[in-house]
Design a protein around this ligand. Structure first.
Ligand code: ZN
Length: 214
């Protein structure tokens, strides 16, 4: 637990302890979108999903935008700015599947104070064993002519080489990202989770943007 006195003051009637002990994954951001607080639910999730790597990227004092892929940053920056400007919550859904489980979260971002904090509550809304066909890490099938594996940063499926519409779940590549993997967003994720942004003037999101290579 990391105590954030500003957050505690702003909660106004809500119990800091309840939030801290909640099963939901809760964190808080300041106006600069730096992480000022994470709860026990967050710590448990980090321990079960990547441990030190996750904890390091999402620790108190780090910047939210540094922890997410660059091409998702305009989306979050725009919506968090609106949370502050319009002083009302924003909700979003995202997937964070493991090699064994399909997982979907509902994310609610609440403005607190005079644009002092955003409290972000992530609730698990679906967790089921994968029902789709699970695929083997076949280099010939997935690595493209540039030598890259293209993984959707949202659902973590990988694109079949030469087939833009075909994205497969490869559990072993969810567990450990293969070398030379570039991240984008698949069409199903764009259509389902980011539909409101498809027609945005700024042209975000564009499918298959692959600006980062791990
Ligand atoms: Zn996807």
């Amino acid at each position: 637990m990391h105590y954030d006195p500003v957050l505690s003051k702003l909660l106004d009637g809500l119990s800091f302890q309840d939030i801290d002990n909640a099963d939901d994954i809760v964190f808080a951001l300041n106006a600069a979108l730096e992480i000022t607080y994470v709860n026990h639910g967050w710590i448990r999730f980090a321990e079960n999903n990547g441990g030190d790597t996750v904890s390091e990227r999402w620790s108190v004092g780090s910047r939210f935008m540094d922890a997410i892929p660059s091409f998702l940053r305009p989306f979050y920056r725009e919506h968090f700015a609106k949370v502050f400007a319009e002083n009302r919550p924003w909700e979003h859904q995202f997937e964070c599947s493991s090699p064994d489980l399909f997982r979907r979260f509902h994310m609610l971002s609440y403005p607190l104070g005079e644009a002092e904090r955003i409290l972000v509550v992530n609730s698990l809304v679906q967790e089921d064993p994968h029902t789709e066909i699970l695929c083997e890490p076949n280099e010939g099938l997935y690595r493209n002519q540039e030598g890259l594996v293209i993984q959707c940063c949202h659902c973590r499926r990988v694109r079949r080489n030469g087939l833009n519409q075909q994205w497969d779940m490869v559990p072993s590549w969810v567990a450990a990202i293969p070398p030379n993997t570039s991240h984008g967003l698949c069409y199903p994720c764009i259509s389902y989770y980011y539909a409101s942004s498809i027609n945005a003037d700024r042209g975000f999101p564009e499918p298959f943007q692959t600006r980062e290579v791990n």
